[in-house]
Design a protein. Structure first.
Lengths: 112, 113
């Protein structure tokens, strides 16, 4: 069964700290792993994505780490800011399949 | 550039009434998705269209739900009759064939009482 398991469900971090959200998948055919960020009252928006040919991708304070053998990928938010408080979703799909398989989301709160 | 446009943003309706949600995808995008979001089940893909043709409707919960895409710039999701358990945020999203980025609208918040 295609699944993406995301943890933790919620996370509280102090300003300046590192936020880490983890996802695990089962389908070895997955080859695209995006992270989406959703603010209250808004739709999810693509934050950063990775393909399995690299083990890490960094964009500003956001980094995806990818472990193909463990079938896991994680989002690291360095120097977390109150403005990063949102719900984060990991997802995955395979090839040209438009159907993303979503994690259940992590609610991140960054305390000032 | 205009993003995905959804209407209505909020709707409160009585059980048994018909609900129609509307979506205008981003111009030039040829894939359109309808998602439902609840606290319990997260983001669920209900149906997706490619070039106005329904490709995968396996997520449509039951026959009370139907979706149409009569042209490249408009889609509807209809619930008839509505039930309280349909209360959720319904998102429309679109993407291009090339590239995987899906762009979401701001959602339609549905409450069925």
């Amino acid at each position: 069964q295609q699944q993406v398991k995301q943890s933790p469900q919620s996370l509280i971090v102090q300003k300046g700290g590192i936020s880490i959200i983890n996802c695990a998948y089962e389908n070895t055919a997955f080859d695209y792993f995006p992270w989406y960020q959703q603010f209250p009252g808004k739709g999810p928006a693509l934050l950063i994505a990775i393909r399995p040919d690299v083990s890490e991708k960094k964009e500003g304070r956001f980094t995806i780490s990818f472990n193909k053998s463990a079938k896991q990928f994680s989002l690291h938010i360095m120097d977390s800011q109150p403005g990063d408080s949102a719900t984060y979703f990991c997802a995955a799909n395979a090839g040209n399949n438009r159907k993303l398989i979503w994690g259940l989301g992590t609610s991140l709160a960054v305390n000032p | 550039d205009a993003g995905v446009i959804q209407s209505p943003r909020h709707e409160v309706t009585e059980m048994g009434q018909e609900v129609t949600l509307r979506c205008k995808p981003i111009s030039g995008h040829n894939s359109l998705f309808w998602y439902r979001q609840t606290m319990m089940r997260g983001l669920e893909l209900l149906i997706y269209f490619n070039n106005n043709v329904p490709i995968d409707d396996s997520g449509m919960p039951e026959d009370r739900f139907s979706a149409k895409m009569p042209n490249a710039s408009f889609s509807t999701l209809k619930i008839q009759p509505s039930e309280p358990r349909d209360s959720a945020v319904y998102f429309c999203a679109s993407s291009r064939d090339i590239g995987n980025t899906i762009y979401f609208g701001e959602g339609s918040w549905l409450t069925v009482v």
